[in-house]
Design a protein around this ligand. Structure first.
Ligand SMILES: Nc1ncnc2c1ncn2[C@@H]1O[C@H](COP(=O)(O)OP(=O)(O)OP(=O)(O)O)[C@@H](O)[C@H]1O
Ligand SMILES: [Mg+2]
Length: 481
């Protein structure tokens, strides 16, 4: 499995690196080809235009001198001198196109008739040039200029030159461009490989961290590398890991706390059962007492299991609030009545103070009943014998406010948040004595939060503590009111 994932990782990295390099190379090649094309076109146009302008200039000077003098020998010598060493071959043609003079005398072209192409154009009075390829493959540039004597074409100056020097320059330029292009491609390739590495190496971290998470190791983190976007992603992933780690530790704590809570009554039940079975001819009174203890422990187990089921329902998001209009004052009265026996057993006076004109509110009756019941139950449970509990309720500025004052020991500031945690009890042994599981307040808080409200503990100015519950009054109840 590890080998396969390692291969996937490598393959993924290689393909991504190759893709990055491929894109860089393709873009650079296209840019270089276009640039080389423009450079070559501009260079060849400039060179050819330069050479053809030179040919025309020379041909025009010769044609002009032919008009100005009848001395053909003078013109021949002018022509031979001006073209000497230039690589240009010149010919003087009669008006009929027969060669009068050729600077390459050994060609024995004198007397031959030349026609067509640029010569025909010159004979018609125009000036033209053309680029042709000789049988040897060389490029030849030709230009013909008419000898225009008072409107009549009396001859033609015909010049040709091999373009070897130009093609050599262009070939050298092409070679330079190819070398430059290959060099640039090599540089771009190396750069793209390093860019690809910058992009893919953090991905390996992401892959290995994801693998660690899938194995349940939530403590692995991705190193930040100073790359803004990738670091943001790494931070998001690290945040996810720490949240998972937090959730996992909460889950473990919940399981261990729950097992611990279940173990205590189970141990007591086992002890009671063993005591009864170990005693020969047990006294009926003793059996009754043990059975009543057993019944209490079973009640305690049932309470814990009910609370645990409620917690798991909340955690799984299964709970759907089914809201209805509730007469809150009436609900408080019922809770008070239900807890009266407990209050009487401790000689505690429970006072209910509900705002006179309180309208029904839209809430999930069962959830809020459970929440309020637990708060009032706590207030009575933890108040001193002969003390008092005050339940005050009213509506202000779009919310219902319930305050439960008790005459208990109060809650130190540092525990005012913690008492809402699951299984958290301030004084474990005392709370256990009162039959508490430490789940009541966390269930109450969840119910209030599900309603978009808030529940917190504060000090009672007269001693003891005060639990304040705020519930938003939604539109339906407002409309009714
Ligand atoms: N009114 C109060 N005065 C003093 N301490 C309180 C009060 N209400 C709650 N506590 C403390 O907060 C702890 C958590 O309360 P919570 O209601 O969650 O659990 P419990 O009452 O112990 O058990 P149960 O799950 O049966 O309600 C209690 O164990 C107690 O230590
Ligand atoms: Mg409680």
């Amino acid at each position: 499995m590890a080998i396969i994932t390692e291969r996937i990782k490598k393959h993924f990295n290689i393909t991504l690196k190759l893709r990055v390099s491929g894109i860089y190379l393709a873009v650079t090649s296209a840019a270089l080809i276009v640039a080389a094309f423009f450079v070559m076109t501009a260079a060849s146009n400039t060179l050819y235009e330069d050479k053809s302008a030179d040919l025309f200039a020379k041909a025009n000077i010769i044609a002009e001198s032919m008009v100005q003098t009848d001395d053909t020998e003078y013109v021949k010598s002018l022509m031979s001198q001006s073209l000497a060493g230039t690589g240009i071959r010149g010919a003087l043609l009669s008006s009929a196109g027969s060669v009068i003079y050729d600077t390459v005398e050994q060609s024995q072209s004198t007397g031959k008739i030349l026609s067509g192409g640029v010569i025909a154009a010159a004979q018609a009075g125009g000036q033209e040039q053309e680029l042709t390829t000789a049988e040897t493959g060389e490029l030849i540039l030709s230009a013909a200029v008419p000898v225009n004597d008072r409107g009549a074409v009396t001859g033609t100056v015909y010049l040709t030159r091999q373009m070897t020097d130009v093609t050599d320059v262009l070939a050298q330029l092409r070679l330079c461009l190819i070398i430059f292009g290959l060099f640039m491609l090599a540089v771009v390739f190396l750069l793209s490989i390093s860019v690809g590495a910058v992009v893919t190496s953090p991905l390996s971290d992401f892959i290995s961290t994801a693998q660690e998470i899938s194995k349940g190791n939530f403590d692995s983190r991705i190193k930040l590398r100073g790359n803004k976007e990738i670091d943001k992603l790494a931070e998001a992933m690290n945040y996810m890991c720490s949240e998972l780690e937090h959730l996992e530790s909460k889950r473990r704590k919940f399981v261990s706390d729950a097992s611990h809570e279940l173990k205590t009554p189970m141990a007591t039940i086992k002890l009671l059962c063993d005591s009864i079975t170990a005693t020969e001819n047990p006294d009926l009174g003793m059996v009754r007492e043990f059975l009543s203890d057993l019944s209490e422990e079973v009640d305690r187990l049932t309470r814990i299991i009910d609370n645990l089921l409620a917690m798991t329902k909340i955690d799984s998001g299964e709970i759907q609030l089914s809201k209805e209009l509730v007469d809150f004052g009436m609900m408080l009265q019922k809770i008070k009545n239900k807890l009266t026996p407990l209050a009487m057993s401790k000689n505690i006076t429970v006072t209910l103070d509900v705002q006179a004109d309180m309208m029904p509110v839209m809430i999930d009756y069962d959830r809020i009943w459970e929440a309020v019941y637990n708060i009032v139950d706590n207030a009575i449970k933890y108040s001193k014998i002969g003390g008092g509990v005050l339940i005050k309720c009213g509506c202000t500025a779009g919310e219902l406010v319930l305050e439960v004052f008790d005459s208990g020991p109060g809650i130190p500031d540092e525990f005012k948040e913690r008492i809402f945690e699951r299984f958290y009890r301030l004084d474990d042994s005392r709370a256990r004595e009162t039959g508490g599981t430490g789940l009541g307040l966390s269930i109450s808080k969840e119910a209030v939060l599900l309603h978009g409200g808030d529940l917190r503990a504060e000090d009672n100015p007269d001693g003891g503590s005060c639990f304040i519950m705020r519930l938003p009054i939604n539109e339906e109840s407002d409309k009714r009111s």
